[in-house]
Design a protein around this ligand. Structure first.
Ligand code: GRF
Length: 360
C-alpha cells in the first residue's frame, strides 16, 4: 500500500452514514481528537465510545490544528497516517480529518446521535460552541473515563528523559498492592522519577498484579513452588531473571510475603528495599500489626529499610509513626500505618541517589 491509497471520509459521507443509521433507528457515535501516537488508552476509549451506538465516526484534528493545539513539535505522525491507523481499529467505522481547532462545524454537518469525549473533560468544560452545536443536533453527550497511565505526552516524555536519572524499579508483592499503587501515583504526579520495569508476584490473582496490568507495567506471576510458605529455588531464580531482563536498578518489596534468597539477595545487595508495618527493630515478622496491639503499644508505625539475608534487619532508611487508638483492630491500625507507608516509600525512592544508595 502506498501513501496515496488511504483516503479519509468526508464530512458529507459521515452525514450519509448517520442518515442511513437514523433511518434504521440506529445511532451514530462521534468523537474527536488528535490520536497522534496510538496507545492502549486510545484503543479502549474508542471501543467504549463505539459501544454507545451502532457506528463510530472519529473526527481527527488535521496537522495544522494539532500544531495550533499542542505546539510546533506535534503531531508526530501526519494526518493521513493517523487516519489510516485509526481506521484499522475494529471500533472505528470512519475517520474525517478536520482543520478547525474545534469540531463545531463537523458536528453541525454530521449531527451525531451521541458525542463521546475523554474523562479529562466534564460536560461543563466542553467548548461552549461545540456544546451548543451538540445541543442543537440533539446529541447525547457522554464523558468516558480515561485509562490511567497511558498518554501520548507521557510516552514522549519517557522517550526524552535522560536514561541516567530515572530509577528502574522491580516491585514484588503478594497482596492488595496499595504501596505499588502509591509508587505509580508518585510517578504520575512527577514526585518520583522512576519507571516500574517489572512487577512480580507469587499470587496470580492478587490485586497487586491487577494494578500492574491496569497501569500497563510488565506483570509476572512466578509460581512459588509446593511449599505454601517458602519460595522454591526455581522461583528464586525466575525472579532474578525477570529482574535482570528488565535491567532493574532497585528491587522494592511492597508486601511480598515470602523470603527472598539467592541469587537476588547477593546480586542486588544494597539495592533491595522493604516496607514493614512496625517501628523496627520492634515487631519483626509477618504479624507485626497484631503484635503491636497484643503488646499494648501506644504507638505503631512503619519502617522502610534495606534488605539483607537476615529478616527485617537491614539498615533503616525512614520510619513513620502513628498512634494506636482505643478500639483499634489490626485492620484499622494497619490502614493508618499504610497511609504513612504510601508517603514514605515513594519518598525514599525519589531520594535514592541523593541518599548515596546503590544503583547497579
Ligand atoms: C504493608 O503494610 C507492608 O508494610 C507490608 O505488607 C503490606 C503491603 O500492603 N510488608 P499492600 O499490598 O501494599 O497494600
Amino acid at each position: 500500500m502506498t501513501d496515496a491509497d488511504f483516503t479519509p471520509a468526508t464530512a458529507a459521507e459521515a452525514r450519509q452514514l448517520r442518515d442511513r443509521l437514523d433511518a434504521q433507528g440506529k445511532r451514530l457515535v462521534f468523537t474527536n481528537g488528535c490520536f497522534d501516537l496510538l496507545h492502549a488508552g486510545h484503543v479502549r476509549y474508542l471501543a467504549q465510545a463505539r459501544a454507545l451506538g451502532d457506528a463510530l465516526v472519529v473526527a481527527l484534528n488535521s496537522d495544522a490544528s494539532v500544531r495550533a493545539l499542542k505546539g510546533p513539535e506535534r503531531p508526530l505522525n501526519n494526518e493521513n497516517d493517523r487516519a489510516e491507523v485509526l481506521c484499522a481499529l475494529k471500533a472505528v467505522d470512519a475517520v474525517v480529518v478536520f482543520g478547525d481547532e474545534r469540531a463545531t462545524r463537523l458536528i453541525e454537518t454530521i449531527r451525531p446521535h451521541v458525542y463521546a469525549k475523554g474523562g479529562d473533560y466534564t460536560v461543563e468544560s466542553l467548548n461552549a460552541q461545540e456544546r451548543a452545536a451538540l445541543q442543537a443536533a440533539g446529541a447525547e453527550i457522554r464523558i468516558l473515563p480515561l485509562v490511567p497511565g497511558r498518554s501520548t505526552t507521557a510516552t514522549i516524555q519517557k522517550m526524552h528523559a535522560p536514561a541516567a536519572g530515572r530509577l528502574r524499579l522491580g516491585v514484588l508483592g503478594s497482596g492488595k498492592g496499595t504501596n505499588l499503587q502509591a509508587i505509580f501515583d508518585a510517578v504520575h504526579a512527577g514526585r518520583l522519577d522512576a519507571e516500574v520495569v517489572a512487577v512480580i508476584s507469587d499470587q496470580n490473582d492478587s490485586e497487586f498484579l491487577s494494578i500492574a496490568r491496569r497501569e500497563g507495567a510488565p506483570a509476572h506471576f512466578v509460581d512459588p513452588g509446593d511449599n505454601p510458605k517458602r519460595l522454591g529455588a526455581a522461583a528464586q531464580k525466575e525472579i532474578f531473571e525477570h529482574l535482570e531482563r528488565a535491567r532493574t536498578d532497585v528491587v522494592v518489596l511492597a508486601g511480598f510475603m515470602r523470603i527472598l534468597k539467592e541469587p537476588v539477595i547477593s546480586a542486588y545487595a544494597g539495592r533491595i528495599v522493604n516496607v514493614h508495618p512496625s517501628l523496627l527493630p520492634r515487631h519483626k515478622g509477618a504479624h507485626a500489626v497484631q503484635d503491636a496491639l497484643d503488646a499494648g503499644d501506644r504507638e505503631a508505625g512503619c519502617t522502610v529499610h534495606l534488605v539483607t539475608a537476615e529478616i527485617d534487619a537491614g539498615a533503616i532508611l525512614e520510619q513513620g509513626r502513628v498512634p494506636v487508638l482505643p478500639g483499634d483492630t489490626a485492620e484499622l491500625l494497619h490502614d493508618r500505618i499504610k497511609a504513612v507507608e504510601h508517603v514514605l516509600l515513594p519518598k525514599v525512592l525519589s531520594e535514592w541517589r541523593q541518599r548515596g544508595l546503590a544503583v547497579r
